[in-house]
Design a protein around this ligand. Sequence first.
Ligand code: NAD
Length: 496
Amino acid sequence: MNVHAKPADRRILDLKDPSLLVSQAYVAGEWVDADGGKTIAVTDPFDGALIAHVPDLGADAARRAIDKAHEVQKGWAKRTAKERSQILRRWYDLIVAHADDLALILTTEQGKPLAEAKAEVISNAAYIEWFAEEAKRIDGDVIPGANPSQRIVVLKQPVGVCAAITPWNFPNGMITRKVGPALAAGCTMVLKPAAQTPLSALALAVLAERAGIPKGAFSVITTDDAKPIGEEFCHNPKVAKITFTGSTNVGRWLMREAGDSIKRLSLELGGNAPFIVFDDADLDAAVEGAMLSKFRNAGQTCVCANRIYVQESVAPAFAEKLAAKARNLKLGRGTDAGVTMGPLIDARAVAKMEDHVADALAKGGRLLVGGKRSELGGTFFEPTVMTGITQEMKVTKEETFAPLAPIITFRDEADVIAMANDSEYGLASYFYARDMARVWRVAEALESGMVGVNTPALANEMAPFGGVKQSGLGREGSKYGIEGFLEIKYICLAGM
Ligand code: NAD
C-alpha cells in the first residue's frame, strides 16, 4: 500500500459520462452479473483503493457468449463491407469523443500517467478506423486456369467466431487492435481481458453497443480465473480462432491446448528487445529514445528496451546522460500533474525487478541510479540504470518488464549483432546509427519482427506489429493485420 493513502479509500472517478464505468459484464448482448453474485475487486495500483467490482464469470458464461457469437456471425458477415465499416467508424468516433473518460478509467485501474493513457486510447482507436477502411478492401483474385476451360477464383471469407485474451499493460489498446480487424473481416469476438484491468474493456463494450455493433457480435467475459475460460476457448468447436497477447508461457499453453482442434492462432508474446547505440549515432537522440523506450509505462511494455548495448567509445557519455534523465522522472499517481512514471502493476512485478537488480549486482553490475523501491511505497520502484552488465545476467536473458535500464558495452558490429540475437525472443529491436550501409546491414541482421532505426516508436495502425521466434505468430495492424481473420477459399470454375 502507498504510505500516503488509506487502503479503505474508495476511488471516485470524475467522469464526464459516468455510464462508462460499469460493474456488469457484457455477455451475448446482455449486461450480466455472475451466477451467485461472485465478483472481482478492481483496485488502483497507486494505493490499492477500490474502484469497482466486476463479475467473476466462469466457463458457462464464455460458452453462452460463444454460442451467441456463432449465431450472429453469419448475419454480421452478410452485411455489406460498407455497413460493417460504417458501424466500426461510429465506434471509433465514440472512443475518440470519450477519450478523456477512457484515459481516466485506464490510469485508475492500471497506474500509467494520464497523458500516456490518453495516447494509448487515441493511437489504438486508430486501428478501428484503419480496419473500418480495410473492410472494404478484402479483395479476392482471379487467376488463369490450368487449362483453357478453367478459371481459378480466390475468395477471402471470415474465419468465424474469434476469442481474444488481452493483458493488463495496455488495457485499452490491446483490445481495439484485435476486435477492429475481426469485426471488419466479418468475424465475431468474445474477449477475456486481464483481471487487473477489466474496466477499460467494459467501457469499450458500452461504446461498441452504442455504435450499433449487433448484440452478441462482441462479448466481454470478466474473470479472476483465466484457465477455465482459456480451456473453453481452446476446446469449443464453435471457436475458429484465438488471438492472444501476453506472456510466452501462456501462449505456449494455448498453442498446445488449441492444437487438438487445429484452431487458428495469433500470438503476441513476450520480448527482450536489444537497444543498440553505435559510435556514429546522434547520442542525445539515442538517450531520448532509450528514455521513452525503457521508462514508458514504467518499463511494462512488450517492445521496451530490455538490454541496452552501447559501443565502448560512447558508453560512458551515454550512461551519464541516461542516468541524469532517469533521475528526473517524477513518480506518482498517474492522474497528478507532472507525473511521468506510475507504480508497477503488483507486488510480483516489484519482486522480479528486485531479483534482477540483485542478480546483476552479485555478478559485477554497478548502479548509476535507482536500484531500490521508491520511498512512495506500494509498488513504486525507482527508475534504475546499471552498467557493467554482461550476457550472463538475468537482466539480459529474461524480460524484466520494469524500469531497469542495463547497459552492456560492445566492441564492433559483429560482436553486438551476435549478442542481440542471442535470445529466444524476437519481438522488437532498436538501433541508433548514421552510416547508411551500416543501417541496412544491421536492420537485416537483427532477428526480430520489428526494427526501430533511430526511433523508439514502432507501433501504429499502418504498420505490421508482431514478433518472430518465441515472441509469437501473426501481425496486428497494416494491410496484413486483417489476414489472420480471413480464410482463403479457392473456387475452380470449369466448363468455360
Ligand atoms: P499473462 O500471459 O500472464 O496474461 C495475459 C492474459 O492471459 C491475461 O488476460 C491473463 O488473465 C490471461 N491468461 C493467463 N493464463 C491463462 C490461461 N491459462 N487461459 C487463458 N487466459 C490466461 O501476461 P501478463 O503478465 O498479463 O502480460 C505481460 C506479458 O504480455 C509480457 O510478457 C509482455 O511482453 C506480453 N505482451 C506482449 C505484447 C505483444 O504485442 N507482443 C503486448 C503486450 C504485452
